[in-house]
Write a protein that binds this ligand. Sequence first.
Ligand SMILES: Nc1ncnc2c1ncn2[C@@H]1O[C@H](COP(=O)(O)OP(=O)(O)OP(=O)(O)O)[C@@H](O)[C@H]1O
Ligand SMILES: [Mg+2]
Length: 257
Amino acid sequence: MHIITIANEKGGVGKTTVTVNLAAALGLHGSRVLVIDLDSQGHATEWLGVPKAQLPQDRSAYAVITRKAPIAQTLLSTHEAGVVLCGAHVLLAQAALELGSHVEGLFGLRDALAAELPFDYVLIDCPPAKGAVVFNALIAAQLVLAPVLSHALSLEGLGELIETVQRVKSRYSPGLLDPMMVINDYEGRASADRQVQEYLRQQFPHTLFQTMIGRDAPLRECFAARESIFRYRRTARSAAQFLALAHEIQEQLHATA
Ligand SMILES: Nc1ncnc2c1ncn2[C@@H]1O[C@H](COP(=O)(O)OP(=O)(O)OP(=O)(O)O)[C@@H](O)[C@H]1O
Ligand SMILES: [Mg+2]
């Protein structure tokens, strides 16, 4: 079971967009995928068709990371082929306080995922924050995937994320891979976007996925429809890009297995 945490402290870079559509792409490839929504905003939960307000806390990711419920009790089926959800609860917003007081609090998710679970991939959507909830996701991960926008300002904080992942690796998680980045919302006609892409390819020759997710109107719209891009518009450019990204990730993980 491969555990991929989608993280970037910066808000609005496409963490949830990548989580949901990458999960759907992996599901279409025939994999069994679990999405864990750790963001109290619950966007991934809603996107996968589960109204956040209707989800009881003891059947949510909040209960899993605070060790109040086994993960098996929280699994919800979704309308995306092969994709199962462990949804968010508003209490996740306060979970950091509950977890932060002692070091055990950082391992709830890793311990939960040590159970025998019927999945090939687990994708964990993080809130735009740091703190104990995100640490749970970093410590549980095999691979951290950071979406970055091809705008210079979005690169702030990236160095810090990379350092944090290295620290998690050396202290808690020797098997953790180098964090990988994927450029999102790429607008190839804009020279600023091309410059940022060139800069990133130079700086991170081995940890930046070749595939980029372009700026795509249907991708923006499909959240409102509560459908992945594959259900909403199979022919959209971003649908092909997510399939390519899924393929690259599968290759990366198998190369290091
Ligand atoms: N490639 C893209 N093309 C068009 N719109 C996009 C693209 N990627 C993301 N968006 C839009 O940008 C907004 C932010 O994306 P998203 O919610 O996935 O980011 P996020 O990192 O999860 O945000 P947060 O930090 O608040 O959790 C959304 O409205 C989404 O539809
Ligand atoms: Mg999000």
